[in-house]
Design a protein around this ligand. Structure first.
Ligand code: PNS
Length: 161
């Protein structure tokens, strides 16, 4: 069974992430969406909330599993015996960080490869950070996230009436 891991902060999941999940799950037998617990970024949603939202919006995808991991991504990938890590690339601005992460992970472990999927055009400018900023001030972000996420954002910021 070919297992791939799609790691990230997912704070919260956007339509861009969902697109990568849909495409990634077609390439592998099993796709684990892995929420990084010790990410340096402090979050709006806690890890359980992030995982619950991802579970809700991927519930109809039989080969997708939502998990969290602590510590290094390489250790988690080796433990799960995954053969690939999937990362989405939006624009060139993502490249430097992704390049460094790929090279470092590749130095640390040769048991898996990293596959970069270019964001589909309509999602190429989406970011959880920017979406949160609009939602914070009461703007609807329903066009950019799955419905449970836009509703959770409005609630989080007290704009749900
Ligand atoms: O969605 P993000 O914030 O771009 O995801 C980054 C993430 C969580 C994949 C990355 O920070 C990560 O792998 N963190 C786990 C700790 C680790 O392995 N660090 C070394 C690589 S930066």
């Amino acid at each position: 069974m070919k297992i791939a891991i799609y790691p990230g902060s997912f704070d919260p999941i956007t339509n861009g992430h969902l697109d990568i999940i849909e495409r990634g799950r077609r390439l592998f037998d099993h796709l684990m969406v892995a929420v990084a617990v010790n990410s340096a970024k402090s979050g709006l949603f806690n890890f359980q909330e992030r995982m619950d939202l991802i579970k809700e919006v991927t519930s109809r995808m039989p080969n997708v599993e939502v998990v969290s991991f602590k510590g290094l991504l390489v250790d988690f990938v080796e433990e799960k015996k995954a053969i690939a890590v999937i990362r989405g690339l939006r624009a060139v601005t993502d490249f430097d960080y992704e390049y460094a992460m790929y090279q470092m992970n590749n130095e640390m472990s040769k048991t898996f490869d990293t596959i970069f999927l270019l964001a589909s055009g309509e999602y190429s400018y989406l970011s959880s950070t920017i979406i949160k900023e609009y939602a914070r001030y009461g703007r609807s972000v329903a066009a950019f996230t799955p419905r449970p996420v836009s509703e959770a954002l409005l609630k989080k910021f007290g704009h749900d009436g």
